[in-house]
Design a protein around this ligand. Structure first.
Ligand code: FAD
Length: 545
């Protein structure tokens, strides 16, 4: 059966305009998917898969995007949340990646200005030679990346460091080099891409893992989807081309295509810690040297500062990678060495998160030495797999994959239109929307809402209940964790990990999703368990109130 016959209205004409995700009609979507066929099936709703689905749908392909858990529940909500200009690749001599990262930064800023917040990065320097070396690198980087004059680096004296970032212990410094980078909201960038794909006619579904790959005459022609939310119902989908964008789970999916496929990924864990701004008051991102000479960051974010990240091999593909004592010590030690504030201890850590980078393995290299370049390869049954890469370059990665998809379909090549068309909620003047909201609430809250919800911030204003309502009816949330971690950011950037908000979010979701009291309790407990696990390596005992 063709898609047109099976899926006449996709997800409703209203949604074709706004790309609103509302999965309260989830079983109808699953029923509709069963037996449907598409030009392209994308497995994995992280930023890679969502970007591919958006690009393909915008080029007029019929697209299904299937996600095993929540959109962005894998690596795409665990990053350092930076849209890098690519300075690091410069040091590794990868000039192609520098150019791509710098131009992609501009593209994301154009299509979602609320998801690209310029934040200066401060690199402390111990002597004039270090400053000169940094400047040489930055001049080349600015030239290569086409950085405009007003955004080029500047040099601070030690006095400037003391005046501008007084928390830094500048006693061993000659000064610092300061240059602009961008921060984003990784999960929201992913969700915006899913919404955009749906706005252009794609069908997207979460909590629907691919359980089997269907092959005919040695070629993959479709998949069987499970329903992860209880039902035993299964859906069979066919597609002309299948893309495996399952991030850290790419190898697992490859195993469904070819039993015994040799693993290609090497997973590397990265941990972040969150402390109150009052304990680590920074107004720019400060770069610090860790014990193994890697750079780690202290990043200001509203009422909090986050510190990250580690980079160590982690062979398991856990959804919540374990945060070890050594991860915490590594980050706290680097922070206490660079700052003159009272040393941070376990009691200062208010939240923590971890994730794994799906890197393409390179024998003999340490985790931090492995290239971040993406790779695409074709499996024996014809499934295109994509891994490696960065959130920063997701749009270009998607463009390349969809070019290949068109080629495989024997379709006339069409240009990608994703660099200029605003993402949903991305057509706004950030300052104007923030100021308008700030007339009715504290500015820091207005800034938080605009960073998360862009032009639609007013729809999510009004406390946790309003955010839960928006999350369910516009952003496709189905579990409390979806709202708490990925849509409202409260798990990591709210007092006590948003414990007080949890019952309010849950109550609203219970009404919208018809949860029983025991189901609602179980949802809250699941979130508190995630929080307790993430903080289990702390020496102070974590007690939920
Ligand atoms: P994921 O986000 O993991 O998505 C894969 C999805 O596939 C998951 O949602 C998963 O549930 C789904 N899936 C798995 N199996 C199945 C199945 N059987 N059926 C259906 N779906 C399935 N990049 C930057 O540009 N800037 C940064 O600052 C940055 N910092 C980072 C810091 C850390 C600690 C880490 C770990 C990464 C960082 N990155 C950064 C890299 C960036 O986060 C990743 O490159 C990117 O998020 C990978 O996205 P993805 O879509 O490929 O994978």
């Amino acid at each position: 059966m063709t898609l047109a016959a099976k899926w006449p209205s996709r997800q409703g004409t209203k949604d074709m305009q706004s790309g609103a995700l509302d999965f309260r009609n989830r079983s109808a979507i699953l029923d509709g998917l069963d037996g449907a066929s598409f030009d392209l099936l994308v497995i994995g709703g992280g930023v890679t898969g969502a970007g591919i689905a958006r690009d393909a749908a915008m080029r007029g392909l019929s697209v299904a995007l299937v996600e095993a858990r929540d959109f962005a529940s894998g690596t795409s909500s665990r990053s350092s949340k930076m849209i890098h200009g690519g300075l690091r690749y410069m040091a590794q001599g990868d000039l192609g990646l520098v150019q791509e990262a710098a131009s992609e930064r501009k593209a994301v800023e154009a299509i979602a200005p609320h998801l690209t917040k310029m934040t200066p990065f401060v690199i402390p320097a111990k002597n004039a030679a270090a400053i000169a070396k940094l400047r040489t690198g930055l001049w080349a980087f600015e030239k290569l990346g086409g950085v405009p004059k007003g955004r080029q680096h500047e040099v601070w004296s030690r006095k400037d460091v003391e005046a501008n970032e007084p928390a830094i212990d500048a006693s061993d410094l000659t000064g610092a080099v300061v240059y602009p980078e961008y921060l984003t909201e990784d999960a929201k960038l992913t969700l915006a891409n899913v919404r955009a794909a749906v706005a252009f006619g794609a069908v997207a579904i979460s909590y629907a893992p691919v359980a089997e790959v269907i092959c005919e005459h040695g070629k993959a022609v479709g998949v069987i989807l499970d329903d992860a939310l209880g039902d035993t119902s299964r859906a069979r989908i066919s597609a002309k081309v299948i893309v495996n964008a399952a991030g850290p789970w790419v190898d697992r999916l490859r195993g469904l295509e070819e039993a015994g496929a040799k693993p290609r990924l090497m997973l590397s864990k990265g941990v972040h810690l969150v402390v109150d701004q009052a304990r680590l008051p920074v107004s720019r991102t400060i770069i610090m040297g860790a014990r193994d000479k890697r750079s780690v960051f202290a990043v200001p974010k509203g009422r909090f500062t986050y510190i990250g990240t580690t980079d160590t091999f982690y062979p398991q593909d856990h959804v919540w990678p374990h945060i070890d004592r050594d991860d915490i010590d590594y980050l706290v030690e680097a922070t206490n060495k660079r700052f003159g504030v009272a040393p941070l201890g376990d009691a200062d850590i208010v939240a923590a998160w971890s994730g794994v980078r799906p890197l393409v393995g390179q024998e003999g290299k340490s985790a931090s030495e492995i290239s971040r370049k993406d790779e695409v390869w074709t499996g024996p049954a014809g499934i295109l797999a994509i891994a490696g890469g960065k959130l920063t370059a997701y749009r270009r990665m998607a463009e390349r994959v969809v070019d290949t998809v068109e080629e495989l379909m024997g379709r006339k090549p069409t240009p990608s239109r994703t660099a200029t068309m605003p993402l949903p909620a991305g057509d706004l003047d950030v300052e104007a929307v923030t100021s308008a909201l700030a007339a009715t609430m504290p500015r820091v809250e207005a800034e938080r809402l605009v960073a998360l919800y862009g032009a639609e911030a007013h729809l999510a204003a009004g406390g946790p209940e309003a955010e839960a309502r928006y999350a369910v009816t516009v952003e496709g949330a189905l579990q409390l964790e979806d709202v708490w971690v990925r849509r409202s950011n409260r798990a990591w950037f709210d007092d006590k990990g948003g414990e007080a908000a949890l019952p309010l979010l849950a109550k609203e979701m219970a009404t919208l999703l018809t949860w029983s009291p025991s189901q609602t309790e179980a949802q809250i407990k699941a979130c508190l368990d995630i929080r307790a696990d993430s903080l289990s390596a702390l020496k102070t005992t974590f007690v939920s109130s």
